[in-house]
Design a protein around this ligand. Structure first.
Ligand SMILES: [Zn+2]
Length: 205
């Protein structure tokens, strides 16, 4: 299963960069935005520019959507530094048979490889679902600057739901978290995925 298969199987209008190809190299240049377009302050007509959080979360949502035809729970993530996307990934637990293959963890690993530094200082992680304990812990360890997530995960989220590792007083790194960006879209993707899964199981498929 390569990136071409992932692209072919995905919805026509949504062909996310790096979908199914989380360890990209040659495609790297395609992942970078024009910085001038992303910086609301770089334009005299600032009000016409979209909020960067919305733009980057849209990219994470596209990745989440691309995970659905692959049988993966639709969660997507992008790592951004200085207004540029450094890495992008969707959940790959089934594909890789790896319990740690969560979207944001893969994106953080890739970002560290791209940047040549395990410290992701100055990086913002955008993810469509509230990070679990493992991913929130990895964000502390990699010293990210900020996390933005879309929908909360009341069953496993460790950035506000069950606990909050981003603000733990005894850990050596804390960072701000923004929530609710494109939450409805993310929630709809997840609900639709699990509804279809239940329906298929009921039909014995
Ligand atoms: Zn996780």
């Amino acid at each position: 299963m390569g990136s071409s298969a992932a692209m072919a199987a995905g919805p026509g209008a949504l062909t996310p960069w790096g979908a199914g190809n989380t360890r990209w190299g040659a495609r790297r240049s395609e992942l970078f935005f024009d910085r001038a377009e992303m910086d609301p302050n770089s334009h005299p007509e600032a009000s016409q520019n979209p909020d960067p959080d919305l733009v980057f979360m849209d990219q994470a949502l596209r990745l989440a959507q691309a995970a659905i035809p692959l049988g993966e729970v639709p969660v997507g993530a992008v790592v951004v530094r200085d207004g540029l996307i450094v890495s992008a990934a969707h959940n790959r637990r089934e594909l890789d048979a790896d319990p740690t293959a969560h979207a944001e963890l893969i994106a953080m690993r890739t970002a560290a490889q791209v940047l040549g530094d395990w410290r992701l200082e100055g990086c913002i992680v955008y993810v469509t679902l509230e990070p679990c304990a493992m991913c929130a812990g990895a964000m502390v360890l990699s010293r990210i600057a900020r996390c933005v997530y879309a929908s909360a995960d009341p069953k496993a989220g460790f950035m506000g739901s069950l606990d909050d590792l981003s603000q733990h007083p005894r850990l050596n790194h804390r960072f701000p978290v923004s929530t609710g960006v494109r939450a409805n879209e993310s929630s709809a993707l997840l609900k639709g995925f699990f509804r279809d899964l239940r329906a298929r199981k009921k039909m014995g498929l």
